[in-house]
Design a protein around this ligand. Structure first.
Ligand code: PLP
Length: 394
């Protein structure tokens, strides 16, 4: 089966009771047993089944099975949010005295874990310049418990060579973890590139409709079992209704992502011709510094792009409210196009100077392309730019 077909069918059969063609939402918190031996066997893991909703749930398991198959993994476990997936995974493996190597451009919440929460547990965090492969290799070779990557990144859509970095991680005996949220399992499979664990914020492209929060981690039985154990005790469990919405959303994943990639490519090319734009960031463009790596490790370039406008935040203030087909919001990966300035969304916690040091201009706008018709998205941006030009007389 190809991935698009798997997104529709995989992971569901075992959960379809009463002849249902859709996975039922099981809201029951507890599962009863008349046979004390059977109860004991399920509770101790000797027999398949469910005991209590914080541990396992059939609807949630079906979602995990679907993602697991799409990522080509042995096992998967899910979480209440993407951040819970990330923090629980890190907490499963890191102990005081450990060292973790990552990049500066990780998702804002992840970056906060690295700069605020891990250091106070006596864990050394080394954040390399995103895309500086030599620096990452050098830091990893010094020894680390975890090499944590994200590609493409937020908001300037930088690309890291996952295969090359996974090799470096393996050599140093590190666990290699990749946040694959931006790429989706349809465009990039980090486990096939040598990573040990792959994480998604299911809130974004997997769910796809901005109406449910969730996270998921995939990898070997051995690693995922440890993460599951941490989660079942600590309690950041996915809600069954959210799992159902994820399953439903994923059925159209390949159609959505295909359209989002097409829209992002065309919008990027149009933005390059727009006189008020001074930079377009999209890995599908040949001008992108890591276009070749993206081409090698991704099946397409994804629905995320960003661009910088002349006039900085003053232009942003006038431009964004004029867009008709866009939510001005912090979310991404939804069927609707979503836009936001990096200074208000992904990098709100930084000072202007810090953003500048990270290569994020104040006039940077992140675009998560929706599934609208291409012509309408471009026409919408064109009329918004025209409005700015008339108003600012440029
Ligand atoms: C949104 C996001 C997260 C966090 O996910 P939540 O579901 O919001 O907790 C992590 N990584 C990336 C790349 C994201 O975009």
């Amino acid at each position: 089966m190809k991935a698009g077909t798997q997104a529709v069918w995989a992971g569901e059969k075992d959960y379809l009771v009463h002849g249902a063609t859709q996975v039922p939402v099981v809201l029951s918190v507890a599962y009863g047993y008349d046979d004390m031996e059977e109860w004991y066997d399920v509770a101790t893991g000797k027999k398949k089944g469910h005991i209590y909703g914080r541990n396992t749930n059939p609807t949630v398991q079906s979602f995990e099975d679907k993602v697991k198959i799409l990522e080509g993994a042995q096992a998967a476990t899910s979480f209440s949010t993407g951040m819970a997936a990330i923090s629980n995974t890190l907490a499963t493996f890191l102990v005081p005295g450990d060292r973790i190597v990552s990049i500066k451009d990780t998702y804002g919440g992840t970056n906060k874990i690295f700069t605020e929460f891990l250091p106070r547990q006596q864990i050394e965090v080394v954040l390399c310049d995103t895309g500086d492969h030599e620096q990452i290799e050098k830091e990893v070779a010094k020894g680390c418990k975890i090499l944590y990557l994200e590609s493409p990144t937020n908001p300037t859509v930088k690309i890291t060579d996952i295969e090359r970095m996974a090799k470096a991680g393996k050599q140093a005996g590190a666990l290699v973890i990749v946040d694959n949220t931006f790429a989706t399992p349809l465009l990039q499979n980090p486990l096939f590139l040598g990573a040990d664990l792959v994480i998604h914020s299911a809130t974004k492209f997997l769910g796809g409709h901005a109406d449910a929060l969730g996270g998921v981690v995939c990898g070997s039985e051995e690693l995922v079992e440890k993460i599951y154990h941490y989660r079942e005790i600590n309690g950041a469990t996915m809600d069954p209704m959210a799992a159902y919405l994820m399953l439903r959303g994923m059925k159209t994943l390949h159609l959505r992502v295909r359209q989002q990639c097409e829209n992002a490519m065309a919008l990027s090319k149009y933005l390059q011709t727009e006189s008020l734009v001074e930079g377009v960031y999209y890995p599908g463009l040949e001008t992108h510094p890591n276009h070749e790596i993206a081409n090698k490790q991704m099946k397409d370039f994804g629905g995320m792009l960003s661009f910088a406008v002349k006039g900085g935040i003053d232009t942003v203030r006038v431009l964004l409210p004029k867009l008709e087909f866009a939510n001005r919001a912090a979310n991404l990966g939804a069927v609707e196009t979503t836009v936001g300035p990096a200074r208000t969304t992904s990098h709100i916690e930084c000072t202007p100077e810090e953003r500048a040091a990270m290569g994020i201009p104040e006039g940077l706008i992140r675009v998560s392309c929706g599934i609208e018709e291409l012509e309408d998205i471009i026409a919408d941006f064109q009329q918004a730019f025209l409005h700015v030009k008339n108003l600012l007389k440029v």
